[in-house]
Design a protein around this ligand. Structure first.
Ligand code: SAM
Length: 284
């Protein structure tokens, strides 16, 4: 998504011979190929939980699951794993079910379910880890709404459970910018159309462009509040979580780019664009 995702999520891949066009492409497939990397997310989920509990988690709740890509990968990852994905959008989940869930074995399908619902009010089996990724909780623009969501996340975790989130920022994210990345036969464009410094509102779009010049404009639009890490950590504590932590990405010395390795830090670099993971714990 933003600059930071460029650093974390996708290595630049060589464009193939231009077989994609706007007409032949599917926006969900392009989205997944641009900004999702379940293997990295799964590695982080396991690490964040193990650091606090000394064992691996089994039950994951994926809030704002969209296509449920990460949840389907979670049940494939280990035999005992279970997942539930929550999203408001039935159409997106139906796409994911066809694309990912239908391809699981019958046994794996029994361990992953989609739930159409609002993350604020949908109760599920208490999870070891609850994830809210790709900044989806930025949909909550007021502090009271953010804390309400964090309280809901808290209530859907087991004691000792871990909440995993991500966040982005950096001085470029507070400006009107466009960032392009050439991926597998298409160009991904992250377009920050508006940022309002008075209230922190930010309006972002994802567009896709193809080698023949055709485009899918506004494939996805996000009307968000750009929360800072300090605000997020304070809101997590207000919701009852303890030990909120930020995992900051290391840097490749030669290029200054992110190296994909995240470590717990209390001091970050005031760079142009970054993304970070956060974790917080529900007390036992
Ligand atoms: C940015 S996408 C994230 C998709 C996926 N989690 C990812 O990592 O790429 C945000 C998703 O949140 C869903 N959504 C927005 N508000 C929601 C709410 N209150 N409850 C459940 N889902 C919500 C949207 O339907 C959309 O699929």
């Amino acid at each position: 998504m933003p600059t930071a995702n460029t650093r974390r999520k996708t290595k630049k891949k060589p464009a193939r011979s231009g077989w994609r066009t706007a007409r032949t492409s599917d926006r969900h497939e392009l989205y997944e190929g641009s900004v999702q990397e379940p293997s990295a997310e799964i590695a982080f989920i396991e690490r964040a939980f193990r650091e606090r509990n000394g064992r691996l988690p089994e039950v994951v709740r994926e809030d704002f699951c969209g296509t449920g890509f990460a949840s389907c990968e979670w049940v494939k990852h280990r035999a005992g794993n279970r997942a539930v994905g929550i999203d408001l959008c039935a159409k997106t989940m139906a796409w994911g079910r066809k694309r990912h869930w239908d391809k699981l074995s019958a046994e794996q399908r029994g361990r992953m379910k989609y739930v159409k619902g609002n993350v604020l009010s949908t109760r599920t089996e208490p999870a070891d880890v609850l994830v809210a990724l790709n900044f989806s909780y930025f949909i909550f623009k007021k502090r009271a709404e953010l804390v309400k969501y964090f309280k809901a996340a808290f209530s859907n975790l087991k004691p000792g459970g871990v909440f995993v989130l991500d966040s982005y920022g950096g001085y470029e994210s507070f400006s009107v910018t466009k960032e392009e990345r050439d991926l597998d036969g298409f160009t991904y464009i992250w377009d920050t159309e508006k940022y309002n410094p008075v209230n922190g509102d930010v309006l972002n779009h994802i567009h896709f462009r193809f080698p023949d010049g055709t485009e899918i404009r506004k494939a996805f639009t996000y009307d968000w509040r750009l929360w800072t890490l300090a605000e997020i950590q304070e809101a997590l504590e207000d919701a009852g979580f303890v030990r909120p932590a930020v995992y900051w990405e290391g840097t490749v010395k030669k290029t200054g780019e992110g190296n994909g390795i995240y470590r717990k830090k209390t001091v970050g670099e005031a760079c142009a664009g970054w993304i970070a993971y956060l974790s917080a714990e529900k007390p036992r």
